[in-house]
Design a protein around this ligand. Structure first.
Ligand SMILES: [Zn+2]
Length: 329
């Protein structure tokens, strides 16, 4: 069991519900500000949720929500089906989160994922409506980047490793978490260097090459224990070496499954992303994940779900994986 009492919809001004953004409700000049149909009253909150897993206190921070094409996010699933779970705007964009997880047990501060960052070209920044809020989110949570001991990237796509580095006043790339050891899979760095036609655009060398060169990033070859209670395991499909992060303490278990299941709207076995490099493997790996995550009641942490950053999954009466009712927002 995992304690989620205080997190989903309670405390921290995280109240959910279907209310529209408050600024839509008044002021003529604000009428000109467009809001995405998926926005809610709490959409701008920098702290997306809190939970505890045994000795670990878990805080979910955001680099800000961003937009991707809804069709690309749901692969072969027709829009009349996916739009019920993920409303699209006139451009067919759906709203996605960039969830960074901070785990603290009083001994260590460990970070999973670092958002999109602030190094995108202006053109890309506009395409994704990237907001670069992660430093503000750390500040809101009272967590100093200097206090972070470890940073784990599930893979090295630009929307998962953006704040690994930043430019200092002189324009030089430096580690955003100066005292942290970074961890990523060696195969991710190698795929980034390959710059293949299919996925080369997803890798931005500035997010990891400086850390590889300086020795601050440890390159892993498959499963590994990162710290007591924290280990990584490969769940291929989205990329061949995507790693999930397990958090185990006091008999409780949480798992950051990353882009194998990017949001709670993607739980069905076949609801993969157009971005997945190997859709058949995604299905098999989801089965393997649910075979443990459901009976063992893992807390599932979603990398791109802005409004439901985590929840427990169960089988419904039709044998489909769904979010446990108490977790639905
Ligand atoms: Zn992603």
């Amino acid at each position: 069991m995992t304690d989620v009492r205080s997190e989903l919809g309670l405390g921290d001004g995280l109240g959910g519900g279907a209310a529209r953004h408050p600024s839509e409700l008044h002021s003529a000049e604000q009428d000109s500000v467009k809001h995405h149909p998926a926005e809610r009253a709490d959409t701008d909150a920098l702290i997306r949720g809190r939970a505890s897993v045994g000795d670990f206190e878990i805080t979910v921070l955001t680099d800000g929500f961003f937009y991707l094409d809804g069709g690309a996010m749901f692969g072969v699933i027709p829009k009349p089906l996916w739009r019920k779970r993920a409303p699209a705007d006139a451009e067919n964009h759906i709203l996605l989160g960039t969830n960074t997880v901070v785990m603290r047990d009083g001994k260590r501060t460990i970070v999973i994922e670092t958002g999109i960052g602030d190094k995108l070209s202006e053109k890309l920044r506009n395409i994704y409506a990237a907001k670069a809020l992660l430093p503000a989110a750390f500040e809101a949570a009272g967590i100093a980047p200097e206090s972070v001991d470890m940073v784990i990237n599930s893979h090295l796509h630009f929307d998962h490793s953006g704040w690994n580095t930043r430019r200092d006043g002189a324009g030089k790339l430096t580690a955003t978490f100066p005292n942290a050891r970074y961890f990523a899979q060696r195969g991710e760095v190698e795929d980034g260097r390959r710059q293949r036609e299919r996925d080369g655009v997803s890798y931005m060398a500035d997010n990891y090459e400086p850390l590889v060169a300086s020795g601050q990033m440890t390159l892993l070859d498959g499963a590994a224990e990162i710290a007591p209670g924290i280990r990584v395991e490969l769940f291929p499909g989205h990329t061949p070496q995507l790693q999930a992060i397990h958090i185990e303490s006091g008999g409780e278990h949480a798992c950051y499954i990353s882009d194998l299941i990017p949001t709670s709207a993607h739980l069905d076995l076949t609801w993969g992303m157009g971005y997945d490099l190997d859709p058949l493997t995604v299905i098999e790996q989801r089965k393997r994940f649910y075979a443990h995550a459901i009976p063992e009641q893992w807390l599932v942490l979603f990398t791109h779900d802005h409004h439901t950053p985590f929840g427990h999954v169960e089988w419904n009466e039709r044998g489909r994986p769904v979010l446990r009712a108490a977790n639905v927002k």
